[in-house]
Design a protein around this ligand. Structure first.
Ligand code: SF4
Length: 479
């Protein structure tokens, strides 16, 4: 059944969903369980927290097990292998659903904004109960109600909006960590980099109002959250395209960032992602003057070749990128820069990769996420004729990776012997006598300690560099 649910989440939809889950509970003789599996980025993960919030409020017990009574895959479409991972998992669920007719299987997220994927599920996985996209997450309570309504038994409910019609402000969220949280400040992207599917699946850029964001941050702080990460595909263009006459309701990203950092109770602020073309000197100044803004800037380079940057529609040159990094470093010397790099973009030669390697050597990133170009149907670059030969791409990728790893190791090692402030995130997975936390520059540190420190800040002396993480010892009193 293809349908578009216009109804908002509203208390009525939530109540109806709750009655359906109550009926299921009676039928099963126990509290039904729900599981949301996240495939993508921080935005995707934040959406999952909201979806889990709705499921919990409707009456489900949330679990990590895919054996749950309600299983929801929140998909990502940035890379082709993510698509294949989803289809593999859907296939594996089929026979189980036959033997457990009360169980429901749902798919949402970026992949579902592409019609080709919806068609494939309709044809090959007819036992999927619900498909919805990124633009109508706020209708999830109504969708949940529809999935469990007896008259829809055996139907596949599909609800995809082609465009975002509003920003959801009221969905409950179930945070993964009590002490840190993502906060969406904007949705979508207007940049149209030629390799990227995001503008087509996440829609045009929309900013949330500053007052709504700050109210959310204050609520989180009152609930014990010490660290927030402001999320957007391009946070630097926050507030730029807003309805005429409403500019004051938004402001600029540096103004917003300063206001979040000054919120009582917030000990650390991160943000992700910054487009180099929009990063202003005003932002650098706000970072410099606020100690609790993370000393970590993720600044996707993608390529060091001007010609490839032009073909990618990145709208900066190698020299502009280098000069931006110089300005950031001279203002905030202790900041760590990380980046994303794509190798094998259509038309790229080994000489172009040499230019990228030159940037890596000069900027000395603390870390770089390197990817081999993944052709995404529906993007301009997918139809570019000169897709490079895979063997050469692999050789260029390995050359780049060797330089990235060497410079990153050297950069990380520079902090050995220093003392840094760590937000303690949990017990080390491999050694329960150790705690794991992150420094302001985002590096991981493991150190002896007890779980009562989780969610607190503490100073840690960095005694041993282990490539991309540190071993350390706690000093001073946690707060
Ligand atoms: S800035 Fe470019 S790469 Fe990033 S989401 Fe927007 S279009 Fe994609």
């Amino acid at each position: 059944m293809d349908t578009v649910f216009e109804g908002s989440m509203g208390p009525q939809a939530m109540r109806r969903a709750g009655s359906q889950i109550e009926a299921l509970k009676e039928r099963l003789g126990r509290t039904p369980t729900a599981c949301v599996i996240t495939f993508g980025c921080q935005m995707n993960a934040r959406d999952s927290e909201k979806l889990e919030g709705v499921l919990a409020e409707a009456g489900f017990a949330i679990t990590d097990s895919e054996d749950a009574d309600f299983l929801l895959y929140n998909t990502c479409t940035v890379r082709e292998n993510a698509d294949n991972r989803l289809f593999g998992r859907l296939g594996a669920r089929g026979s189980e659903l036959k033997h457990s007719p009360w169980k429901k299987l749902a798919v949402c997220g970026c992949m579902m904004q592409e019609q080709i994927n919806v068609e494939k599920i309709k044809k090959s996985y007819p036992y999927v109960d619900l498909i919805f996209g990124t633009h109508n997450l706020y209708t999830f309570p109504a969708l949940l109600d529809a999935v469990y309504a007896p008259e829809n038994e055996g139907e596949m409910i599909i609800s995809i909006l082609p465009e975002a019609d509003r920003i959801m402000e009221e969905l409950p969220a179930r945070r993964k960590y009590p002490f840190k949280s993502g906060v969406n400040i904007m949705f979508g992207c207007d940049n149209y980099c030629t390799y990227c599917i995001v503008p087509y699946v996440r829609g045009r850029e929309r900013s949330r109002k500053k007052a709504d964001i700050l109210a959310e941050v204050r609520t989180l702080a009152a609930d014990g959250v010490r660290e927030v990460m402001l999320l957007g595909q391009n946070v630097n263009s926050y507030g730029i395209k807003v309805p005429a006459g409403e500019e004051a309701d938004y402001g600029t990203f540096p103004e917003l960032l300063a206001a979040v950092a000054e919120t009582p109770g917030i000990g650390r602020v991160r943000f992700m992602t910054s487009h180099p073309k929009d990063l202003s000197d005003e932002l650098i100044e706000v970072i410099r003057t606020h100690d609790n803004i993370s000393r970590h800037l993720h600044l996707p380079l993608q390529s060091g070749s001007d010609e490839i940057l032009r073909r990618m529609n990145r709208r900066y040159t190698k020299e502009q990128y280098l000069s931006l990094c110089d300005r950031i470093r001279s203002s905030v010397p202790d900041i760590a820069l990380t980046t994303d790099i794509i190798v094998g973009f259509p038309g790229e030669t080994s000489a172009d990769v040499d230019e990228t390697i030159d940037v890596v050597r000069r900027v000395r990133f603390q870390n770089a996420f390197t990817f081999i170009y993944s052709r995404r149907n529906g993007t301009p670059a997918a139809s570019y004729p000169d897709q490079p030969e895979p063997e050469r791409v692999k050789r260029d990728f390995d050359r780049l990776l060797a330089v990235v790893q060497q410079t990153a190791r050297e950069e990380c090692g520079k902090s050995r012997g220093l003392t840094g402030t760590v937000m303690v995130e949990g017990v080390n997975e491999n050694d329960p006598s150790l705690l794991t936390g992150r420094l302001s520059d985002n590096l991981l540190v493991h150190f002896p300690g007890t779980p009562d420190l989780i969610g607190k800040f503490t100073d840690v002396e960095l005694t041993e560099a282990k490539g991309f993480y540190f071993l350390g010892k706690q000093v001073g009193t946690p707060w």
